[in-house]
Write a protein that binds this ligand. Structure first.
Ligand SMILES: [Zn+2]
Length: 470
């Protein structure tokens, strides 16, 4: 009797050691992952990309891609001005060298070389005297935020204009002003860039972000910087079950161009994915669901975010915002969601000069990248399990791999959480539900049990149900 008890105690101790080893390993893994996206590197990339004047076409977009390619190699696809991509037509290419206004006193204001936000994106070339009244027609300010310079574009309607702070506008006097915009607005190309990280299967997980805003931090650089570091981490920790496809494109028209190439392919191959946007400012996470609302993409995000110690917000899909507008259009209805911090439109600095380099918090950005990694991993290990034993329960003591680690007397030791999850997964493995659906119903973090799922596959208690996309 005493011997039995000692045996049990030893087993319990051994188990506790294993558990603490697991915890140490998890901590170590997280440390290693952090090492792969150090805040200094994030800050460095942001600082180099920030001054570049980007737009949906032009040299700024291309030179930004060159910098991002130092970490993630990409294939570029070009579309000619006038070409139709879905319902959109590729506009002229825009490049700008200089722009400013000379006041009646001879002062240079709205100087493009001081801030590229001073110019309305896609401004046509001008070089002329204008009256103060005429100039006002072409000046944009934000009266509610008198110190901020707004971000304005006119991609699809030929125009020109400048953006200044309300404070500066209030200081201007009537008189003759001279406006200079040294730009080209001519037929050219629109470019999108993608990278494929092959997995064990050709089922795909898509990660996309946009590149088209001039000097803005959070709502521009956070997304593409996250993508290249996620590529680095996924590559180092792979191969994964799914193939990962990364897309960096000008917002909206770029994802339409991408879908004109890959839309039909993705209808057959896409498991799920996310648009990475607004990930570098704000403590709380926000999850914007896919149009489907209950897709595996949504469950993966919920499974991770709901088990964090702090609250997070969930937003139903609505057809405005970023590239989810294209991916979640009715003809595609792809399972694409957005894991954000403070979401677009919900912070006053959005689309203004106040969303600057300092506004992009690299610690927050690093946490977003690591959270995305957990969510992507959850989606990657997800499948529809089918239990080998459907009638009665399996006799797990027959297993070569020690699955059922508890002692049989649950009065001595409470059933551990691992055993509970093991029994729940086996009981739910009817080939109908996915692991993420089971994890959400039975309240566990799927990632914590990826080893257990692998054990169950290895000893043939589970298989991947036929007809699953895996
Ligand atoms: Zn924007």
């Amino acid at each position: 009797m005493l011997q039995d008890l000692r045996l049990v105690t030893n087993k319990v101790n051994q188990h506790l050691r294993e558990e603490s080893n697991n915890a140490t390993r998890a901590k170590k893994e997280m440390f290693n992952l952090k090492q792969m996206c150090p805040v200094d590197s994030l800050r460095d990339y942001a600082a180099r990309l920030y001054p570049i004047c980007r737009s949906i076409t032009g040299n700024g977009f291309l030179s930004s891609l060159n910098i991002l390619e130092e970490i993630m190699p990409m294939e570029r696809h070009q579309f000619d001005t006038g070409e139709d991509v879905l319902d959109w037509t590729i506009p002229n290419e825009w490049n700008i060298r200089d722009a400013y206004i000379i006041t009646p006193d001879g002062n240079k204001i709205a100087n493009f070389k001081e801030s590229n936000l001073h110019i309305v994106g896609y401004s046509e070339p001008v070089d002329k005297d204008v009256s103060f009244e005429d100039l006002l027609e072409h000046l944009h300010t934000l009266p509610s935020m008198p110190d901020a310079v707004p971000y304005v574009t006119s991609y699809y309607r030929r125009n020109w204009g400048f953006c200044i702070s309300q404070k500066q506008l209030d200081s201007l006097k009537p008189g003759t002003y001279h406006v200079t915009i040294d730009s080209d607005l001519e037929p050219g190309k629109l470019t999108i860039a993608e990278c494929v990280l092959p997995g064990e299967t050709d089922s795909e997980i898509l990660l996309s972000s946009y590149l088209c805003h001039p000097s803005m931090g959070n709502h521009e650089l956070g997304g593409s910087i996250s993508l290249i570091f996620l590529y680095k981490i996924l590559k180092a920790t792979g191969p994964h079950r799914n193939t990962f496809r990364f897309l960096i494109c000008p917002e909206n028209i770029g994802s339409a161009a991408f879908l004109s190439l890959y839309g039909e392919h993705l209808k057959n191959k896409l498991v799920g994915g996310y648009v990475v946007n607004c990930v570098g400012h704000g403590e709380e996470f926000t999850y914007k669901k896919s149009r489907q609302g209950n897709s595996q993409t949504d469950l993966a995000a919920q499974n991770v975010l709901q088990r964090r110690s702090r609250p997070y917000f969930e937003v139903d899909f609505y057809p405005d915002g970023s590239d989810e507008r294209q991916f979640c259009s009715p003809g595609y209805n792809f399972p694409i969601g957005l894991v954000m911090r403070t979401m677009y439109g919900k912070f006053p600095e959005y689309h203004t000069s106040l969303d600057d380099l300092a506004f992009l918090n690299v610690e927050i950005l690093q946490e977003s990248i690591l959270t995305y990694f957990e969510i992507l991993k959850s989606l990657d290990i997800n499948f529809r399990p089918l239990g080998r034993v459907q009638h009665g329960t399996p006799q797990l003591s027959k297993s070569q791999i020690p699955l059922y680690r508890d002692s049989m007397n649950f009065r001595i030791q409470e059933k551990e959480e691992r055993t509970r999850v093991l029994l729940e997964i086996l009981n739910c493995a009817d080939g109908e539900q996915t692991l993420l659906e089971i994890a959400q119903q039975k309240n566990f973090l799927l990632l914590d049990y990826s080893d257990l799922v692998q054990d169950l596959l290895d000893c043939n208690y589970l298989s991947i149900a036929e007809g699953d996309s895996e």
